[in-house]
Design a protein around this ligand. Sequence first.
Ligand SMILES: Nc1ncnc2c1ncn2[C@@H]1O[C@H](COP(=O)(O)OP(=O)(O)O)[C@@H](O)[C@H]1O
Ligand SMILES: [Mg+2]
Length: 258
Amino acid sequence: MTTNLILRLIDVEKRYKQGQDEVIALHKSKLEIEEGEFVVIMGTSGSGKTTLLNIIGGMIAPTAGAVYLRDKKIKYDTKHSEQLSEYRRKEIGVVFQDFNLIEAMTVSENVAIPLILDGEAASVIIEKTESMLKQVGLEKRGSFRPYELSGGQQQRVALARALVKQPSILLADEPTGNLDYNTSKEILELLLEIKNKDRQTIVMVTHDPMMAAYGERILFMHDGHVYEELKLSKEMSSGQKRETIITAFYSMKGMSSS
Ligand SMILES: Nc1ncnc2c1ncn2[C@@H]1O[C@H](COP(=O)(O)OP(=O)(O)O)[C@@H](O)[C@H]1O
Ligand SMILES: [Mg+2]
């Protein structure tokens, strides 16, 4: 079987200066992600999950190491800021815990923002926005404002906005952190559907083993290290997957407090 790497991190490291001190948010890390893969990142608070996600997304620059999208090296230095912002716009879609929708805009307008910024023709914007809203089950909510929607519906809008330009990688930082269990499951079912239908590559951070069980591979982070990796076989039932993840996650948490 040939593998099709979409993302490669080589010895990526992130340090922050805090006065005289230095915080190592991410120790030298290697990571390879295949096209169409659904990767989950779990770990205790402050373990570097968001740092890792934001480096992949081009939102922050690593202190050392290299990141490749397919065979192209991401250039984070200020000389290439235009190229980097193009990378963020074209290759990356992002959803956050708190949805980050623009309240003054309608649902359709929110979804259309990336297309408008790209200077797409009005007809294209309308067509892609409508089709995306349909995919997330909100075709009847285009003229609503975000505050008129439930949390789960707002996250669907955010997801539609993140995917409307068909990014190479979807990054999701605790996307269900503000949602109840059933709504969270609905969002994960939707992510899985999009992954299966469009072969969308997804990297998701979550604290919740139940949500992590939707992924194919789980990276456990602790204190700036990607310290364990768990592959979930297709043959496992969802109940088995969850048990395995829960056990691994809590044994890791036990380690961190010792
Ligand atoms: N901008 C920053 N300046 C200084 N330290 C930071 C900054 N961002 C994150 N950190 C530190 O890096 C570590 C990892 O943070 P983060 O990636 O946000 O963790 P997580 O998402 O797993 O909770 C933490 O110790 C955090 O305090
Ligand atoms: Mg975080």
